[in-house]
Design a protein around this ligand. Structure first.
Ligand code: SF4
Ligand code: SF4
Length: 707
């Protein structure tokens, strides 16, 4: 062999590499990996079918940006950077592993274009060494976070440390192999591999036999560790190295705010099929791929309002618990012949129980989607939590008592508070608000929503919005007594049957009036009408009042002229922001008003903290925890106001929102903190004050209070 000949000490040195040893290593390593991968595939396929093969171009772009490009990682500066370094290092060094396996058969093996004499080979050699060093750096950062800083969001177990150790050793072994190789005089032509070249001086003076042993040590350590690492992956959280790209590729491309309907509910009930998710095999294959992909990074729990306030729910632990359960029962579930027919004969272990997922975990979720927005590998929780709730509610009739009142109210009075249905029009008294039945030619339907119609505080927002519409000359009308709840609270609480009944009824009403455009001041109604009603035949444009009012301001139909001297902390509603990307319109309206200064709380826009009302929380007691969600969020908003107050000496404070549920939660939060000096206003009310003047707005408030 070339090296042996050049060294001239052939008899003392083992042949540089061994085809037999490499063949045994590769067959054993890849054989074992293939066996594990096949089992993981089979396990994934026990899940319900789910179509995720459409819009391939869009999916490829998504995977390139978020799985390969790690676009969400920089949100956590240093650990994000470390992850980018290690992940991109793996991609670059994949080729290196192939080359080294080839060198088990021929010492000078290289893929032709990647030979060090070729331009591509030189570029790759530099890149390879650069990424070896970067991966070492990234691993050190990870070690620091695990062993020194001990970040609470991470799972600080031995598994993580072992894997980091393997990665670290792989990189060191690679450098050792190059260094020892170059220390042998005839191999210095490879100096483009600069890490080895720089270090090789440290080894000069060692005998050729010692150098050869070091070279072997580096080579076999690296090549074997790659195969060992590969075989650990399917059994550890590091499986995401393989599954992250397909998981992001298979992301749900339908609107984020849409829950997938249960098809053919009545048929399913008749056939006694499972409704929602009862046992692990009731998840879809994509749901199982999600579980494989969780990196246990804890970013989801870091932003979860339930975790932050000490509730039992932590999305990371929910994913890990489901995955542990899946693996623990894998032999049993893989024997299921017809996964969709949950006849209870095989795996009938209910997921929701005191030993596995406690009901309190599920009922603590506000469906705010903060976890999903943060997860670097696009794992979803709201769909799984609602699916588990669906089973609890529709099959086991197990849910918080207070929700029974909400369900009854929806069934009998068309609103979750159980107000008499006839009271829905009370807010219109003395205001001359047109009904669609009297004005079939109205261009826009103003969907008032249950809160806007019945809740005394939200009525003021409804009135302010209606006054602005009238002032701007908008040809609008309301449904009046024909309006009923969209069904959103029922759906988020898991009562899909009730939701579908209400959705179908409302869609019929819209069809009957030939409705083409709807505006609403409630983000929950907005999301359901816009993103979920199309599944029930609803075909119309839906606009949130902040978008609609901003357009009127821009077109000069509404002129915010009167000064409203106020420092306003704006709170993003989850169903408006994270669900529907409406962040700028409310802020732009506020900034268009003379005298208003907008300030941002510490968690804002797509990281805005939930007020605690979503996901049907509004209609039940908050689950037990250390603090209330609305108290923490109110604290953040007040802090934002106080900071500005100190600087600008203003005394006129307000918290603004654009959702009746947020308004209720934040008003309570402000009252609990005895900060009555801080006003809680909807964006429409602030605009109304500027356009129509304080007197008219006060009249608005009075009119609502008299209802
Ligand atoms: S949706 Fe919100 S409350 Fe629910 S798990 Fe995710 S972050 Fe937590
Ligand atoms: S679900 Fe996503 S964000 Fe949460 S721990 Fe797993 S990978 Fe991290």
């Amino acid at each position: 062999m070339a090296q042996a000949e050049a060294c001239g000490s052939l008899s003392l040195v083992q042949p540089a590499m061994s085809p037999i040893a490499m063949t045994i290593l590769l067959v054993a390593g890849w054989g074992l990996f293939a066996w594990s991968a096949r089992r993981r595939w089979k396990l994934m396929m026990i899940g319900r079918p789910e179509g995720r093969g459409d819009h391939v171009g869009q999916r490829v772009k998504l995977a390139l940006r978020f799985a390969i490009g790690q676009a969400r990682m920089p949100r956590y500066q240093f650990s994000g950077l470390a992850h980018v370094l290690v992940f991109s290092g793996f991609i670059v060094l994949l080729l290196r592993s192939l080359i080294l396996w080839g060198r088990g058969y021929s010492e000078d093996f290289n893929f032709w274009l990647f030979a060090p004499t070729q331009t591509l080979g030189m570029i790759y050699a530099v890149l390879k060494d650069t990424f070896v060093l970067l991966v070492l750096l990234g691993t050190c950062i990870f070690f620091y976070y695990r062993l020194v800083k001990r970040l609470p969001r991470l799972t600080l177990n031995l598994d993580g440390v072992i894997i980091l150790g393997i990665i670290f050793m792989m990189m060191l072994a690679d450098v050792l192999y190059d260094t020892a190789y170059m220390a042998q005089a005839d191999h210095q032509a490879y100096k483009i591999e600069y890490a080895g070249y720089i270090l090789h001086g440290a080894l000069t003076g060692l005998s050729s036999g010692t150098l050869s042993v070091l070279e072997h040590l580096g080579f076999w350590t690296h090549t074997s560790l790659v195969l060992i690492f590969m075989n650990i992956l399917p059994y550890s959280k590091h499986f995401h190295i393989i599954t992250a790209v397909p998981n992001v590729f298979a992301a749900d491309l339908t609107p984020r705010g849409r829950l997938v309907p249960i098809e053919d509910m009545e048929g399913k009930i008749e056939r006694e099929e499972t409704l929602g998710v009862a046992a692990i095999q009731d998840l879809s294959w994509k749901g199982i791929l999600d579980l494989y992909t969780c990196t246990e990074c804890g970013r989801c729990s870091d932003v979860c309002p339930a975790t932050k306030t000490g509730k039992l729910l932590s999305p990371k632990h929910l994913a890990v618990d489901l995955r542990d359960h899946l693996y623990a029962r894998q032999n049993e579930v893989m024997n299921i012949k017809a996964p969709s027919a949950s006849d209870g004969s095989l795996n009938s272990v209910p997921l929701v129980s005191m030993d596995l997922i406690k009901p309190e975990v599920l009922w603590a979720c506000t469906t705010c989607r903060a976890c999903e927005e943060e997860c670097p590998v696009f794992i979803t929780f709201v769909d799984k939590i609602v699916d588990l709730r669906r089973n609890l509610v529709m099959e086991r009739a197990e849910f918080p008592d207070e929700l029974q009142n909400a369900f009854r109210g929806l069934e009998t009075s068309g609103n979750p508070w159980n107000y008499p249905a006839d009271d829905r029009l009370k807010w219109t008294e003395g205001l001359d608000i047109p009904l669609i039945s009297d004005h079939p030619d109205a261009e826009v339907l103003f969907w008032v929503g249950c809160a806007g119609a019945f809740d005394a505080r939200a009525q003021k927002v409804t009135i302010a919005t209606a006054k602005l519409l009238k002032h701007a000359g908008v040809n609008f009308a309301i449904l009046g007594l024909e309006e009923t709840c969209t069904g959103d609270p029922a759906r988020r609480a898991g009562n899909e049957f009730l939701f579908q009944t209400m959705a179908e009824q409302n869609c019929e009403t819209f069809k009957g009036h030939n409705i083409k455009r709807i505006i609403t001041a409630c983000p929950h109604c907005f999301n359901t009408l816009k993103n979920e009603y199309p599944d029930f035949g609803g075909k119309f444009e839906v606009i949130h009042h902040t978008d609609f009012l901003l357009d009127l301001v821009r077109r000069g139909k509404l002129k915010p002229q009167k000064e409203v001297a106020a420092t306003v902390a704006y709170h993003d509603s989850c169903y408006l922001g994270r669900y529907n990307d409406i962040y700028d319109s409310p802020r732009e309206i506020l900034r268009s008003i003379p005298g208003v200064t907008v300030v941002e709380p510490e968690d804002t826009r797509d990281r805005g903290m939930c007020c605690g009302a979503g996901g049907a929380q509004m209609f039940k007691e908050e689950e037990e925890g250390d603090e209330r969600v609305n108290a923490v969020r109110t604290g953040q908003l007040l802090k934002a106001l106080d900071i500005v107050d100190n600087e600008s000496q203003t005394t006129n404070h307000a918290v603004a929102s654009a959702c009746p549920f947020c308004m209720r939660m934040l008003s309570d939060g402000i009252a609990d903190k005895q900060r009555e000096d801080v006003r809680q206003l909807d964006v429409a009310e602030v605009l109304c004050e500027s356009v129509l003047g304080k007197e008219l707005t006060a009249e608005t408030a009075e009119s609502a209070e008299n209802q």
